[in-house]
Design a protein around this ligand. Structure first.
Ligand code: NAD
Length: 343
């Protein structure tokens, strides 16, 4: 069934992926968006400048742990769907201070599921059938592929390593239980590491760009041989939107772009692209690579993530468009031209 949406409630829409979802919906569809976001340090309202001028966009500063506020939002805006992205998302912060991850990712998802269920229960049969709850999750719930050659599929058992991935795994289990027990029409997506415009500078790719620009040391955990599978954020957004439109309720879809690189390779590629783009180096260095330093490994660091996305490719006819090196170059150029709007 091709399901036509009108009002989409996006949680965490002032974050990196959430803002890209909203920009996509406003630019490429006729849907209306209600964005609820607590506006933590990770939010950046500059990323929504284009949406803010649209009559089809509304923003409300709301914490998804606040049930009363959520009930009011559902009653006021009558959404046809929820795309749930609000979360604490930085693995290192989850290691030093896990409490916010338990609150927003687990209690927050629980509270949002309950508010959604209450709202959904009171819809007409026709609107109940049309309602969707899309939960945006991560491949990190599957844990570590180690040195095997295998890939995460939708049936890979959960084995999270960090407080972040454990909190996301918990939220996935709640979403599955709300589908199985109450029939709430949920769908889960698991994507690999995203990159692109407006990602917070705490994350690998933007942090390397800014450290290189400032001539500061670029730290790499351990030997840097950990493998990550990268997807350009706009490819993930198109996948999430096609899951909303065409995904089967109760299902999970893995989203990836077959772009496996070691962290060291990723950092070296960024450094050599920057050598080309900004040949005037800071602090007397000759190449940005000279700034690389190796530091003690992150505790519990996963060695390899890699996604098999054949299910969404076959069933929903989605395919990633962007190759890693061209997407990375576009991303670096974007950061170099937009230093003033980064959070
Ligand atoms: P982000 O940290 O950039 O943004 C998260 C947003 O959620 C922020 O705007 C923040 O203010 C908001 N938020 C946090 N707690 C909230 C709360 N209690 N109530 C309301 N809003 C709250 O994160 P992101 O990278 O855009 O990730 C979005 C989602 O996608 C997350 O659920 C994350 O787990 C998932 N994901 C991210 C990646 C990635 O590579 N970035 C990969 C796979 C899945």
């Amino acid at each position: 069934m091709f399901y036509s949406t009108k009002r989409v409630l996006v949680t965490g829409g002032a974050g990196f992926i959430g803002s890209a979802v909203i920009r996509y919906i406003i630019e490429h569809t006729q849907d209306h968006v209600i964005n609820i976001d607590k506006l933590t340090y990770a939010a950046n309202l500059n990323s929504l400048a284009m949406a803010s001028s649209s009559e089809r966009y509304i923003f409300e500063q709301v914490d998804i742990c606040n049930r009363q506020a959520l009930d009011r939002v559902f009653q006021q805006y009558h959404p046809d769907a929820v795309i749930h992205l609000a979360a604490e998302s930085h693995v290192d912060s989850s290691i030093t201070s896990p409490i916010a991850f338990i609150e927003s990712n687990i209690i927050g998802t629980f509270t949002l599921l309950e508010a959604s269920r209450n709202y959904w229960n009171n819809l007409s049969d026709e609107n109940k059938d049309k309602f969707r709850f899309i939960h945006v999750s991560t491949d990190e719930v599957y844990g570590d592929l180690g040195s095997t050659k295998s890939f995460f599929t939708e049936v890979t058992p959960y084995s999270p390593s960090s407080p972040y991935s454990a909190s996301k795994a918990s939220s996935d289990h709640l979403v599955k239980a709300w589908y199985r027990t109450y029939g709430l029409p949920t769908i889960i997506t698991h994507s690999t590491n995203n990159y692109g415009p407006y990602q917070h500078t705490e994350k690998l790719i933007p942090s390397v760009i800014f450290k290189a620009l400032a001539g500061k040391p670029i730290s790499i955990y351990g030997n840097g041989l950990q493998i990550r599978d990268w997807i350009y954020v706009e490819d993930n957004v198109k996948a999430i939107y096609s899951v909303l439109k065409k995904g089967k309720i109760g299902e999970t879809y893995n989203i990836g772009a077959n772009s496996e690189y070691t962290n060291l390779d990723t950092v070296q590629i960024i450094c050599s692209m920057m050598d080309e783009l900004i040949p005037k180096h800071p602090n007397g260095i000759k190449r940005y690579q000279d700034l690389i330093q190796f530091i003690s490994d992150r505790p519990g660091h996963d060695y390899r993530y890699a996604i098999d996305s054949s299910k969404i490719q076959k069933q929903l006819n989605w395919k990633p468009q962007e190759k890693f090196e061209s997407g990375l170059r576009k991303t670096i150029e974007w950061y170099l031209n937009n230093t003033g709007v980064i959070g």
